[in-house]
Design a protein around this ligand. Sequence first.
Ligand code: NAG
Ligand code: NAG
Ligand code: NAG
Length: 359
Amino acid sequence: MAVYNTKLCLASVFLLLGLVLAFDLQGIAAENLTKQKLNSKILQDEIVKKVNQNPNAGWKAAINDRFSNATVAEFKRLLGVKPTPKKHFLGVPIVSHDPSLKLPKDFDARANWPQCTSIGKILGLGHCGSCWAFGAVESLSDRFCIQFGMNITLSVNDLLACCGFRCGDGCDGGYPVAAWQYFSYSGVVTEECDPYFDNTGCSHPGCEPAYPTPKCSRKCVGDNKLWSESKHYSVSTYTVESNPQDIMAEVYKNGPVEVSFTVYEDFAHYKSGVYKHITGANIGGHAVKLIGWGTTKEGEDYWLLANQWNRGWGDDGYFMIRRGTNECGIEDEPVAGLPSSKNVFKVDAGSNDLPVASV
Ligand SMILES: *[C@@H]1O[C@H](CO)[C@@H](O)[C@H](O)[C@H]1NC(C)=O
Ligand SMILES: *[C@@H]1O[C@H](CO)[C@@H](O)[C@H](O)[C@H]1NC(C)=O
Ligand SMILES: *[C@@H]1O[C@H](CO)[C@@H](O)[C@H](O)[C@H]1NC(C)=O
């Protein structure tokens, strides 16, 4: 009886905790999945059929190579956006743009800034829930190229390993806005200095055991460069007003942004076309890089995004999602920042004269 009471008591404490947390968090909360569900395969022929036989789906489903052997639990582990504690948004400005700004009907950052090859790179996050870090680091790398004309690949590993609890929980998920704040106060080194820890890919059955978050080394591999000299900073962190016009203007003026959205089971099966949720449970929150927009021949408005599940997933690693209806929360929380010339340009007098992008 005593044991029973303790359990009951504990249960109510957790319930209370849960309630308190729920009020203090912003963003996506996944559904509670049964053990049986977690151990089942993420890709299912029934889902492929259901989507491909739906004339109004607007997209095609397939058994993507990338997840052909993955369980729901393994897939879920890659969805590393945790609901962000509200305090992280304190002092973070919400940027909007001049509504009279003329925007093109179609826009692809890869074509607009062809000299910035990083925009079109499709990376792989291995088996770590580090999408929150990938979306941020990839967008900032692109923005360094767009603003300063430099080819650069910044280090996901630095952010993932060294940001600590401020950014969340490493490979077990994090907060996109905190990643951008890290760029402002700590900077981020180059990929050359601190390469991504998981480059072996998923070669073992079931991708198990899962890798833990890498340790923060604060030392460049090799002896060529000092950690502090390799740091690249941002001058600002902001969220973009949650509407299509402002998000488009932001990408058009300053380059790719990081966005988060809710991933349902059907999304794992995405192959081509304009995604919208058709079927399946909410598995978790995911962050990606938004690089453009357009309208299909059929008249459907879409966003264009780069994922980090390698080219064996989706449309060669990319996907489109319905634009203007906040599909799966994709327009809820775009985050970005502007790159800083600090530490990058050694010409001391000149660095103040560099053009500064407007927000
Ligand atoms: C999942 O379970 C937790 C705790 O048991 C509960 O607070 C939460 O509301 C549940 N979420 C959903 C989506 O059912
Ligand atoms: C899936 O597992 C099977 C059997 O273990 C293996 O032959 C196949 O190569 C795996 N596929 C992928 C994409 O890892
Ligand atoms: C970046 O590198 C690519 C290929 O290595 C090159 O084509 C491109 O012009 C470079 N861009 C800049 C801005 O230097």
